[in-house]
Design a protein around this ligand. Sequence first.
Ligand code: LER
Ligand code: MN
Length: 278
Amino acid sequence: MTKKNGLKENIRLSATLASELSSTSPIVLGGDPAENIRILSDLGYDGVELHWGDPSHIHLQKIIETCDKYGIVISAFATGRAYVQEGLSLIDDEENKRQSAVKRLLEFVDVASKFQSTVIIGCIRGNLNSSENYDYYLKRLAQSTLTVAEYAADKKVQIVFEAINRYENNYLNTAAETLDFIKRYNLPNTKVLLDTFHMNIEDANMSKAVHDCGKMLGYVHFADSNRHYVGAGHINYKEIATALKSIGYEGFISAECLPLPDSNTAVRKWIEGVKATF
Ligand code: LER
Ligand code: MN
């Protein structure tokens, strides 16, 4: 594993990139991928996390050429924009729409398999109409996710399922719920994604959540309590770093934070904050 970040741990650092910025999304970099990848490389990042709703819309050729030039990898493909922009949901009551969401994730897996990247399942899980039908919809989510996870296992692509706070998704909010979902339905090749911004809202004890996931932790997003860069809020990152070290975490930690006060400052301060923490 090549690593540029200088941490002694086998942890690689990545940052979120989309075609454009939005003031409400935690995408730290937007616009020209080549320029953004160069900026990440200069700062000592190892990877880039791509946020597009449809993998066929990503100018991958340009991204790959630049990644190769600077020794950067595509850490993960995030898929939530397919829900936010097109309404694709893994629990849709309309079977053809549910299948469209599954098909989209299979397309992401196909692309990810070329780059040994992870595929993130976050808000594409959709939202429940009512909490009374929790078990019914959880089973439907498991059925959808199983199709994706089995396909991904064949292609050696890791799937990570993200615990997301209640104000964005109305189920699977805590680390424990997300871990239990993966285990209960025996989802192959699927691990948990913990995002410190969501954990700060949902998990009573953030380092316990990391310990409870243990080897089932597959990917991490770092954004501070206000969703700014690491160090801009009140999350105790020392405790989280200690927990990650003690479970022997060896995956990516990605900067999924707001581009504030501006993208360049946010990516610089984020990596300085992480290095000061480990
Ligand atoms: C996705 O990783 C996430 O954390 C969501 O909150 C994006 O809005
Ligand atoms: Mn996240």
